[in-house]
Structures are given as structure tokens and as C-alpha cells.
Design a binder for this molecule. Sequence first.
Ligand code: FAD
Length: 469
Amino acid sequence: MSKDCDVLVIGGGNAALCAALTACEAGASVLLLEAAPREWRGGNSMHTRNIRCMHDAPQDVLTEAYPEEEFWQDLLKVTAGKTDEAMARRVIRESHHCRSWMRGHGVHFQPSLTGTLHLSRTNAFFMGGGKALLNAYYRSAQALGVQVRYGVSVDRLELRDGHFVAAHAGSERLTARTCVVASGGFESNIVWLREAWGRNTRGEWPADGFAIRGTRFNQGVLLKDLLAQGADAIGDATQAHMVAIDARAPLYDGGICTRVDAVSLGIMVNRDGRRFYDEGEDFWPKRYAIWGRLVALQPRQLAHCVIDAKAVGRFMPPVFAGERADTLSALAHQLDLPEAEFLQTVAEFNAACRVGHFDHAVLDDCHTEGLQPAKSHWARPITTPPFYGYTLKPGVTFTYLGLKVDMNSAVQFGGLPSPNLFAAGEVMAGNVLGQGYTAGVGMTIGTVFGRIAGASAAARCVGDRRAAA
Ligand SMILES: Cc1cc2nc3c(=O)[nH]c(=O)nc-3n(C[C@H](O)[C@H](O)[C@H](O)COP(=O)(O)OP(=O)(O)OC[C@H]3O[C@@H](n4cnc5c(N)ncnc54)[C@H](O)[C@@H]3O)c2cc1C
């Protein structure tokens, strides 16, 4: 079936599987090509934990309500208007019922974990995480007859006037009636990241200090190829979702457990021992994704999160233990920080704290006065030993540059939709999410547009067959 199947799906993550399953359900024959070997299948999706869903009343694992308008306003806020309202609303509306379809393919949900990102109202957590979700989808795909080939990295697509003809992988040429590209962003491509970030005024190449939180296989090969062939672009190559992660994290696949969620409970200092941003600006779920970029702008792309004993137990314990010391001087020594500057930073911070009623669950009244940068909430003097320090570096989650698509997920060339080339997931997420992030929306976009792409591709094949009959 590798020759002339109905739908060729390129990628092996959430969007690819949603497309493949939907196309198959619609009666199309499907071949899925995953660049990773079987044991590493699933792209960044295997690292995920949850999906953001609208609902008007409590729904199984989701509490209270999260209506369409609130979801839309959240998206509008984080993207600062860089979104397509019609597409975004479609994503939001379909997030209402996509979970029953997911359950039909073996996915299980659980209530949100306490101590994570306060998401019990908005986000449904996958039982067993993204890995279990992907395993369920692959099992279902196999049962439905989707052909899956691992370790096949597509190098380029053969197009004629925006019309998909064939995919090339090494010496192999694979033809199909339609194609869905679901090959993620280009975040794993260090050379491309280096190019996009360039050199800073200190003469550093910031991207050299980055780690990639997810898969090594999202090299952006097809994104680059399609843009070079005239596909319309959306988003900015220099923008990426970036989190501050433990500096001991591996170059790839560190995943969720390398994140350190203590920032809003303490202070962040750079290698000069100076603070550089308001750690208590807003709730952590709304701010965690800006800290990777903030750290990337600091000397040597490193920073240190410093807390005292009062913060322990108030955040999800990170997988790597932090440095622990009984005095701030000893901590400065252990973190290799300039001691005098660091002690002065902490002393100034402590003196500026105006402590009211500390409550990490609300935007409380504990703040600093007369300090630059301020700490707007949860500001308490760092005075209670033992003290802890975590050295953090930028962790890239995904990039924003992508392919422009229409409502049917068709890739656009010069403003015109391709008749048989579709895109889904991170490779087109920029149509809905031009910048910023709100937790869980990556999987919402991938699930909804994966299914749209699969349905569009299958409909095109069925239409062609009818016309030929
Ligand atoms: C650590 C981490 C945690 C996250 N947590 C969440 C979360 O809880 N909720 C959420 O909504 N989002 C989360 N995200 C973001 C989320 O992972 C993405 O939004 C989503 O997985 C994108 O799905 P996708 O299918 O487009 O891409 P991916 O899942 O990355 O899949 C891309 C696939 O394409 C394959 N591929 C790439 N190039 C080629 C090629 N040339 N030929 C063949 N195959 C190719 C890759 O091997 C991979 O299988 C997280 C990301 C990370 C890194």
C-alpha cells in the first residue's frame, strides 16, 4: 500500500495520529511516516500532560465551567491579537467534544494534579501522560489498518503548482492522493535556532546555551522545504515557547520534569548576582513560558532561582535537587556567584518586601516597594534557612514559524489553498497562536486541526473517486 495510498501523513505525534485516525474512519487508506524509530515515536506530544477544553458546566475531570468566551479572551490576551478569530473559535468549540472521540480511541483522563499549574477547571489531564495517549492512538491506528513506518524522515515534497505529487525520503519516492504534513516546528534544529537568534552584544550565540525540551526529530526539514517552494508563512522564526529549565537537563527530551516551578516563590538572579524581572508578576501558569526567553537574554544564558525554607512544599518538587546551604554566603559560593553582589541583591530585596497576607493561590498583597524590578506578589524576605538555589537555562518547547492554512487545514500558496496538501499541529499552530501561550492549547490545536486535516484529505479522495466513477 506504500504506493498511491489515499492519505500520506508525515509525522508521528498527536496531530499526525489525529489526522490518520480521522482519515481512516472516513474510509481512506492511510500511510503514516514517522522520522523517529518506534521507541522514540510521538514527537513532543509524548511529553505532554493535558489538553485545554471549553465546557459550560462541570464535565467528568473538569471542574466548574470554562465557556467559549473566556477561552477566546485568554487566547486573545496571550497572543496580543496575533490570532485568527474564526480558526481560534473553531478550535475552542471543537475542544468541547473532542474528548469523547479521544476516549473512543483508548485515551483515559484524570483530574489535574495538585501543586501543578492550577488547571483543574480548564485542562483535562491524560492518564499516563502524552506517552500513554500516543500509545493508545497507535494501537487504535493499527486496529483500523493505518500503515505506520518508523525511521522514515521525509526530505522534501514534490509539488506541482501547489498540488502534492510525492514525498521523497532518501532514494524512495512515495506517491499518494493527498498529504498531511504534521511534522512539528523546527525547535530541534540547533543550526536554525542559532541563525534565528544570532549573536548578542556580548558576542555570545545565545542558542548555544539552549536545551530542547522535547524530541530531537523536529528539524523543520519540511517546513523549510515548503517555504522554499512558495508556501505562505505564518509567525516569526525568532519566537519560541521557552521555559527556564534545570541547567543539568539533557540537550533533548528532558521533558516536563526539568522545569523548576519555584520562581514565583523566590527571586531570580543572573550570573552577576542581580535580579532582572518581576518574579511575581502574575500566576505561574501565565508566566512560566516567558522565563526561558528572559534567561536567554542574561549573561551566559544562565540564571539562578533562589528560595528559602518557607517555599519548600509549595511547588512541584523538581527532579534534580537544588543546591542547599545554611547561609546565603555559602549558597553564593555553591552557585559560583559573586558573593558581595548577591548578598546585596538579597538584602535590598528583603528590605523592600511589604508582607501582607501571603497566599500563593491568589494575587496576594505581598509585594516590594521602591525596588527595580519590583516583585508584585508573593514577596517575602529570603531569611529562613536552609536556602536553596537552582541553576536554570532556556529550554525551547516549540517554535512559532509555520505554514499558513485555511479553515480546512489546506496549505496556502500565494493566498490560494492547495487542493490536496494539508498541515496540522505545531507546523500550523501559528495561525491560531501567533505568539504567547496558554497551557494545554498546543494539544487542543493539534487535536482539532489534526482531525480537520484528516477529514479534508479523506473527503478529497472520496470526491476524486466519485468523480472517477
Ligand atoms: C516537555 C513538553 C511538554 C509539553 N506539554 C504540553 C501539554 O501538557 N499540553 C499541551 O497542549 N502542549 C504541551 N506541549 C506542546 C505540545 O507538545 C505540542 O503542541 C504538540 O505536541 C504538537 O503536536 P504535533 O503533532 O504538531 O508535533 P509533535 O508531537 O512534535 O510531532 C511531530 C512529529 O513529526 C515527526 N517528524 C518531524 N520531521 C519529520 C520528517 N521530516 N519526516 C517524518 N517525520 C517527521 C517527529 O518525529 C514527530 O513524530 C509540550 C511540549 C513539550 C516539549
